[in-house]
Structure formats: C-alpha cells, structure tokens
Write a protein that binds this ligand. Structure first.
Ligand code: PGA
Length: 257
C-alpha cells in the first residue's frame, strides 16, 4: 500500500487567495512523490476551490475536510455534513482531531457517529487519536487510547471492514505544534498497540486493514528518521504544510530514502 502524506491546514491561511497560492505550490513536489498518497485538509470555506484546482491544474492530491457533522442534514445550525463534503468532490474527513476534541468538545461517542455518517456517504474517515499527558511527563496513556479507539469503532466495524484501508492518525497532544516528538520506539509501540487493540476487539480482518499515521511536529528535519519505520504508514502534518519551502524539503527527504 502507498504511504500517506496528509496536510492539515487547520484555520489557515486567512484568505482564499493565499490558499490557492499554497495549494498551487504543492504541484511540482506532489508530482515527484508518485508512490505517496497525498491528502490535503483545507478549511471548509476553501474546499470547493481547492477541489476545482486539483482537477483543473492536475494537482495529484485527494482533498478532505477537517471535521464533519454527525448529522446528514436538518436543523443543525453551523454544521457541515458528510453529504455536502462528498458532493464537493472530497474523499476524506478527519474525525476527532485533538483540537476538535478540546475546543469543540467532540467526544469519542461523537467520533463513532461521525465515522458512521462518513461511511454512509462514501467519505473515508481518518480517525485521530491522542491524549493529554496525565502526569508531568510524556508517558503514553494507553487507557485513554483504548477508550478512543474502541468507542469510535464499536458499531462501525462491519462498515469499516469494507474499506480498503482504515486510517488512524496517532497524534499525542503534547507533540502538536510544539516542535517536540516522541521517540521512534514510542511511536512504534503505539502503532503496535493500536493494531493489537483492534485485533483483540474487532478481529483480524479490520486489524489487517488498519494503517497508522503519526502526527505532531513532523517536519523536514525529523521525517527521514520516522519514515524508516514500517509501523508508520505516513504522516499528518500541520504547521510545516503551510510553508512551501518546508514542503519542498520534506519531499526531497522522502525522495532521498
Ligand atoms: P503540527 O500539527 O504538525 O503543527 O504539529 C499536526 C496536527 O495537529 O495534525
């Protein structure tokens, strides 16, 4: 399976003009890394423009939304549904990013509903899992990870098994936007833990289809080391994806491997 390079723009850039420039700046670099699947997550308001650019300028990337409503339509002021996102030509949605868990109070139960509605609308969910450190250190909170994984997948396992690949992004909150990353051994142990948790609770079929991405301060200086691991199926990159120069360096590093 191709590895995945996913870019999460969060609430950036702050004008459509800049979003167009940023997306256009990816074209040559994306053309070079043919064996990586590229997925870009712009803010909702730019999605239709970015899908149009990807098609018209032949920029080889899938486009996704950073979240979706758990409802398909109806009286849910401010919410954007999976049906709308699919209708724009998007293929993916991030579900349960730690910033939506902390700022929009998305619960693990909500992630289960959001995954369900994604699958019903042919949108591929990328489930984000992570944790706040409980103590004053960076220990892995396996209990919280287990809870996030099991709650999100329960009742969706049959539909998820029909996907070619079910993607989970492991993003420890202390590593997001901080410049700090876990050791490779820590990321690998969490990747193993995610796969074995799915295996034990939902069976071999779904666990074999699960790919684990790592996210949190990935950039051009640490990506080579992280790419060595066959337990990391790719990356979800925030800050560095906004800087064309850094994207170019990331791509150069991937080409060097
Ligand atoms: P970061 O963000 O690369 O800026 O740490 C990653 C993410 O939150 O998806």
């Amino acid at each position: 399976m191709s590895k995945i390079l996913a870019f999460n723009w969060k609430t950036n850039p702050t004008s459509q003009k800049e979003s167009i420039e940023l997306f256009n700046s990816y074209k040559d670099n994306f053309d070079k890394i043919v064996n990586w699947n590229k997925i870009v997550f712009p803010p909702f308001v730019y999605l239709s423009k970015i899908v149009e650019l990807a098609n018209n300028e032949n920029i080889k990337a899938f486009i996704g939304s950073q979240d979706i409503s758990q409802y398909e339509s109806g009286a849910h002021t401010s919410q954007i549904s999976a049906k709308m996102i699919k209708d724009l030509g998007c293929d993916y949605a991030l579900i349960g990013h730690s910033e939506t868990r902390s700022e929009l109070l998305t619960t693990s139960f909500d992630t289960a509903y959001k995954i369900k509605i994604c699958l019903e609308n042919n949108l591929k969910p990328i489930l984000c899992v992570g944790f706040e450190p409980k103590l004053d250190n960076e220990n892995i909170d396996f209990e919280e990870l287990t809870n996030q994984i099991i709650t999100a997948i329960s009742s969706n396992e049959t539909a998820l098994s029909k996907l070619e690949t079910f993607i989970i992004a492991y993003e420890p909150t202390w590593a997001i936007g901080t410049g700090k990353i876990p050791t490779l051994a820590q990321i690998e142990s969490v990747s193993d833990f995610i796969i074995s948790t799915i295996h034990d609770h939902f069976g071999a079929d779904l666990s074999h289809k699960t790919s684990v991405l790592y996210g949190g301060s990935v950039n051009d200086s640490n990506i080579s080391e992280l790419t060595k691991s066959d337990k990391i199926a790719g990356f979800l990159i925030g800050g560095a994806s906004l800087i064309p120069d850094k994207v170019q360096k990331i791509v150069e590093k991937l080409l060097d491997l």
